[in-house]
Design a protein around this ligand. Structure first.
Ligand code: SF4
Length: 386
């Protein structure tokens, strides 16, 4: 299979996640467990023999969901409730999630009311990441989640199976990180939408199937010669629970930018951190949960010794990026609260950045394009004058 065929399979799963899940369930006869972003350990549900999939925002307009959730909730939560109300989640045997923001909690309650036959399992995750009791409390949460899964499926989730799943998920993350590294050097000149398909499909597809395809894709690029990458090098930041619309990513690139790094959830944030492979697997998952916030800090978590803005400045230096575009989902409170710190830090350091607020509903791309073109031109002139 060549790289375009592999990317085509990833794109198909990314564009129709529930269709993929239905086909997988028909083929295997096994349960499908949906989860909300961003902290669900898919390894646990995988070790239980299910297909864990991260539920995705639908591109469809919100219809029946309008009356079920406040219009000032983010597009992701409104889309989740709308899909539930339309019956799109009929393929799911359960939905599991750990809280990370108020809007997600509200959406889960609205979904519970809609899906009376589907078990919606909530597990509390400590949001303070650097207290002496944080590791222990995280272990308690993941142990409770494991017990819920065992109760749901009527079978134990053995340590050995969990170790196998952890190794498989780690391998998947390692391979995607290799693609990220090769993108920086031009060996894997993937467009931003293609990179999104790689990561998003990893959230959806059977992990063994996805990993086998990734092995081929990485091997293909490892043999390729680096390609020159004309354009201003940009880092993309933000956008937590939902994937940015691919047309926005393409528009940014068409304005003369190349994306050399990101901290998007449908990007590097999702694959930044591995789970320790030795020792107690629940302790390992708790460690992963804590380490992720050091790997790529999240504004929904609290950690005194970690700064998202400092992380971003370091990432941009390491990627040799000329600037950053911040993609902020409309009404995403954690992002709105934290963004002023990022803005201040970038202005103090003199690193150019542009904020774009995205909406679930259709967006006027032409107006945005003018702003991005102007931003890229400013960076170009600054670089030329330096
Ligand atoms: S973190 Fe932001 S995008 Fe995610 S559910 Fe909360 S408000 Fe929505």
């Amino acid at each position: 299979m060549d790289s375009q065929q592999i990317l085509g399979i990833f794109a198909a799963a990314a564009n129709d996640p529930l269709g993929y899940a239905r086909a997988w369930k028909d083929r295997t006869g096994r349960p499908v467990i949906g989860s909300f972003p961003m902290n669900f350990p898919g390894e646990l549900a995988h070790a239980a023999g299910t297909l864990p999939m991260i539920l995705q925002e639908s591109p469809d307009p919100i219809t029946v969901g309008h009356g079920l959730l406040f219009p000032f909730y983010c597009g992701y939560t409104r889309s989740m409730v709308d899909q539930a109300a339309r019956g799109d989640f009929d393929v799911l045997d359960a939905i599991m999630f750990g809280d990370h923001c108020v809007q997600l909690l509200g959406a889960a309650d609205a979904i519970r009311v809609q899906l009376t036959q589907t078990r919606v399992i909530f597990f509390q995750l400590i949001s303070s990441m650097c207290d002496p009791w944080t590791q222990g409390r995280s272990e308690e949460s993941f142990a409770a989640l494991r017990a819920e899964l065992e109760d749901l499926l009527g079978a134990p989730v053995p340590d050995a199976a969990l170790h196998d799943s952890i190794r498989l998920f780690n391998r998947n993350r390692v391979l995607i990180r290799k693609l990220y590294d090769m993108r920086k050097t031009g060996k894997a000149p993937l467009r931003a939408a293609e990179m999104q398909h790689v990561v998003k499909s990893s959230m959806i597809m059977d992990k063994a199937e996805h990993t086998a395809l990734l092995e081929q894709l990485v091997a293909f690029h490892e043999q390729a010669a680096p390609q020159a990458q004309p354009g201003m090098r940009l880092h993309l930041s933000g956008h937590f629970c939902q994937a940015p619309k691919p047309e926005i990513l393409s528009m940014i690139e068409d304005c003369g930018a190349i994306i050399v790094g990101d901290d998007l959830y449908h990007g590097f944030r999702y694959i930044s951190t591995d789970v320790p492979e030795i020792g107690d697997p629940i302790a390992g998952l708790a460690r992963w949960y804590l380490d992720r916030n050091t790997g790529v800090p999240c504004p929904t978590r609290v950690q005194n010794n970690v700064d998202w803005d400092a992380y971003l400045l370091d990432a941009i230096a390491e990627e040799r990026a000329d600037g950053m575009i911040v993609l902020m989902a409309k009404f995403c409170e954690p992002h709105m609260y934290y963004y002023p710190e990022v803005k201040e830090a970038f202005e103090a350091r003199g690193v150019p950045h542009l904020l774009i607020e995205t909406e679930h509903e259709s967006m006027a791309l032409e107006g945005l394009k003018t702003r991005v073109e102007t931003f890229v031109e400013i960076i170009r002139r600054r670089a030329a004058a330096a």
